[in-house]
Design a protein around this ligand. Sequence first.
Ligand code: GDP
Ligand code: MG
Length: 588
Amino acid sequence: MDNNIRNFVIIAHIDHGKSTLADRFLELTGTVEKRRMREQFLDTMALERERGITIKMAPVRMGWQGYTFNLIDTPGHVDFTYEVSRALAAVEGAILLVDATQGIQAQTLANFQLAQKEGLVVIPAINKIDLPSAEIVRTEAEFVSLLGALPEDIYKISAKTGEGVEELLRAVIKKVPPPQNKNEEMLRALIFDSHFDPYQGVIAYVRIREGFVKKGERIFFLATNSTAEILETGVFMPERVPKNMLSAGEIGFLATGVKETERVRVGDTIAKNKSADSLTGYREPQAVVFASIFPENQDDYEPLRESLKKLKLNDAALTFEPEESGALGRGMRSGFLGVLHMEIVAERLRREYGLKVVFTNPSVAFRVKTKSSEDFIYSAAKMPQPHEIEWVKEPWVRVEVITPKEYLGTFGSLVSEKSGKISDTSNLAGERLLFKFEAPLREIIVDFYDKLKSVSQGFASMSYEIIDYRPADLVRMEILVAGQNQPALAEIVPRGKVYFTARERVQKLKELLPRELFAVAIQAEVEGRIIARETVPALKKDVTGYLYGGDRTRKMKLWKKQQKGKKKLKSRGRVEIPPEIFLKLLKK
Ligand code: GDP
Ligand code: MG
């Protein structure tokens, strides 16, 4: 057992300097040579570098003054809390970083609570003290009043200039305990992340809790009841570097050679003994936002499925199941942790897998009770008929917002527009306050975050958690085109907004639908009643153009003939809606 190991994470609100602090640690410990150094070194995905945010946690091993550090950099956005919780399960300590110009933000609190739940030692640190606008005293006061920190325990650093960074790493040595292990013999390792390598199969990122593991050994995945022979063991420097053995307390990777991605699950336990007990991992991720993904080209359906499987290795919260929609063909009904998570998946499918895909409007999962069953409904098309339903419930969240005081008034109306009610406000040090409210998740996922940011000039921040399911007055709205129901366009809508939404949808469709030789009705139907209607006028074809002069009755005759033809067309009924119209409609 190695007493000189320290495993820790850096947690913070988005942009407070986690990845930059990780850079300084990499430099200080000589892990990355100076000439290879670049800003936010651990943000390796193109998407991360472009957006300037961390999406994936990144583990790295560093050696300094006789100690081995395993550091995990984490993402800060509310949608990636699950990613953070997995990193927390693999370490003993956390540096909680706060930007001195911003103060404590909603994600600071949320992450602090997560770290406490995991029983980690938390080291508070104030960052960006080099900036003239840094409010160190105020931030310190917030640490004391909100997190119960002692002033003398709070480190003050600049991740940019490096000031105070060495002291902070010394604090990690002093305050974070070395890994504790009870059993030296039996291997038990926790999978906290993974990705797919075309040559070595699934690469499992592991924290070895007990025992050791070497190349060539046979291991078991306890939850999926499958086995593999280790092709390689190693550590992150931050790129993968082989090391002949991983033992208790260490963080590293196992190349498993496994090609069937579903056999390796994040949260599962690896052991050499098939009948070992599972480590109690962390909670299963709960997808809260659902949308369907359709390939623009149906030939891409299989590639889409394969790509999602590979993405899931690296993004355990992603869920999906096949779905068939008449107009759009085959696709995947997928679950996400939030709308940003959904956007990131869309981008990654495009960039990393070269797929052209369309996402339908995001929706939440509803709990629906009928006479015969009680179930989660993930898509409007599956919502039972009104007469079968006893009740519908929807997820509610508790939202915490931290904002400068002057915006409270504006937020009051924003929150009530979202069917929420502010329940609790408290003053932070200085001119800021923390308020809480409860609202349907459906209202929060769409655009609340963007609105919050825009009314507060970017100064407010939020986090939320699901609290329960509450009764909801929701209806299923169908769209009919030329009398034909279009299941891909069905939506679940709150009763109070149904007229407004219906009008919006039929008008949009009218703009997009190509004209036919006959007039086409577009209707929105709710509970058997048509509540909005538009008509796409018929394409006018001049059938009498070739007649010159002569008797009007001849024209009449031709018009009559045309009329008849149109009737016939209409009675043949179907209007084929080209897939690209659906795609345009869904793309917004
Ligand atoms: P993360 O989202 O927490 O990983 O934050 P980043 O490390 O990506 O940093 C966000 C921004 O803050 C970047 O533009 C950094 O250059 C900047 N930054 C980070 N630390 C400091 C600091 O100590 N001083 C100053 N002036 N800027 C910093
Ligand atoms: Mg970062």
